[in-house]
Design a protein around this ligand. Structure first.
Ligand code: PHE
Length: 358
């Protein structure tokens, strides 16, 4: 029993094989341990002598194990010392760190401004029923935006597919974030409702300034007695916080089926009018040469207006009791302006060499 353990231990190349070899002898069910367990069964006269010998064997195995363990540790330490020296003064290799995408950063900045004014941040689906994207917002079924040429309809969700009989039952990728208005107004039964919702929208466009997928942010406020003055106040506050106290702002009348009156808000071009010198020669020259605002001196930032009575009716509210305003804004263009990027597609190619410059 247990013969040759010193040789066995000496042949173990590392700590784990050494521990395994020792366990076979002096572990819980090792050979020497078994032997010791037999002692009480031996006749009294032999027990003493054999017991002493078994214990001596156990101790010898234990010492051989300890010695070999220490030998292995010493060898490892020596190998480390003999290896080429480590130079702790060399510069580190550095880890590449990830960062939030410029669009995400712009969305966060926009949401922050509106949240600080008191808007609640909500979400709405990207895959949507035509009912929520168009019909309840007052789009007539023959509006050009509702055309297959302009919107992405989901295969199997077009008219004629199983269960899809009416225009509003069709399934498409939302073309704007205005579906957030419909969802929140249809779902909630108490006022005030003041929500802000950002996300992806999809249209059949693809060139340097249009991508088939882009981002919008939608906000609206519904309560008793909300007027166009509230709209102007909130949006002017927003624009000054986002683009600076000094930025010129103007409202222009415009048309969207779901607002009346409807308008668009422009800000003074952030590229050619970084500081405004109305009427000056230098200002006019900069604006004439500016390609970002196409020499107009203005950038269209958002669409807005008073929520149309028909939208309230479609969402279960009485337009004689509540009023509200809504606005929708493209996010990608704002990110492009903030980072001075000329081609929208650069934002989506996710080329790290480009993104890491921003
Ligand atoms: N949904 C409109 C668009 O996509 C923007 C808008 C939102 C206009 C809310 C008015 C009110 O262009």
């Amino acid at each position: 029993v247990a013969a040759g353990f010193e040789t066995t231990f000496a042949q173990c190349p590392d700590e784990s094989s050494l521990r395994a070899a020792a366990a076979k002898l002096i572990g819980g069910s090792g050979e020497v341990t078994q032997l010791l367990k037999l002692m009480p069964q031996l006749p009294g006269d032999r027990r003493k002598e054999l017991g002493q010998r078994a214990n001596a064997l156990k101790n010898a195995v234990q010492s051989a194990f300890d010695a070999r363990l220490e030998g292995l540790a010493r060898a490892a330490r020596q190998a480390e010392l003999d290896a080429p020296p480590i130079d702790p003064s060399l510069p580190g290799r550095g880890l590449a760190r990830g960062a939030l995408h410029p669009i995400t950063r712009t969305i966060d900045a926009l949401l922050d401004v509106f949240a600080s004014i008191g808007f609640e941040v909500t979400d709405a689906p990207e895959i949507e029923l035509a009912d929520f994207n168009f019909t309840r917002l007052g789009f007539p079924p023959d509006h050009p935006a509702t055309d297959m040429q302009d919107s992405f309809f989901v295969a199997g969700g077009e008219i004629g597919a199983p269960g899809v009989k009416r225009f509003e039952d069709q399934v498409l990728l939302r073309t704007h974030t205005s579906n957030a208005q419909v969802h929140e107004m249809s779902r909630r039964r108490t006022i005030p409702i003041a929500c802000i919702s950002a996300g992806k929208v999809f249209r059949r466009d693809d060139d340097a300034t249009h991508s088939p997928m882009f981002h919008q942010i939608e906000g609206f406020w519904v309560d008793r007695g909300i007027s166009f003055a509230h709209l102007k106040g909130v949006l002017t506050t927003f624009v000054k916080r986002m683009f600076g106290e000094q930025v010129p702002v103007r409202f222009r009348p415009s048309y969207f089926p779901f607002v009346e009156p409807g308008g668009e808000l422009d800000v003074g071009c952030t590229i050619c009018r970084p500081y405004d010198e109305p009427g000056s020669e230098a200002q006019r020259a900069r604006t004439d040469a500016c390609r970002v605002c196409k020499s107009t001196g203005w950038l269209e930032v958002l669409g807005c207006g008073m929520i149309h009575p028909v939208v309230f009716e479609h969402c279960g509210w009485d337009p004689k009791e509540v009023t509200g305003f809504a606005f929708g804004m493209g996010i990608d263009r704002i990110a492009m302006l903030r980072h001075n990027v000329g081609d929208i597609r650069l934002l989506y190619e996710n080329d790290i060499r480009f993104l890491s410059q921003l």
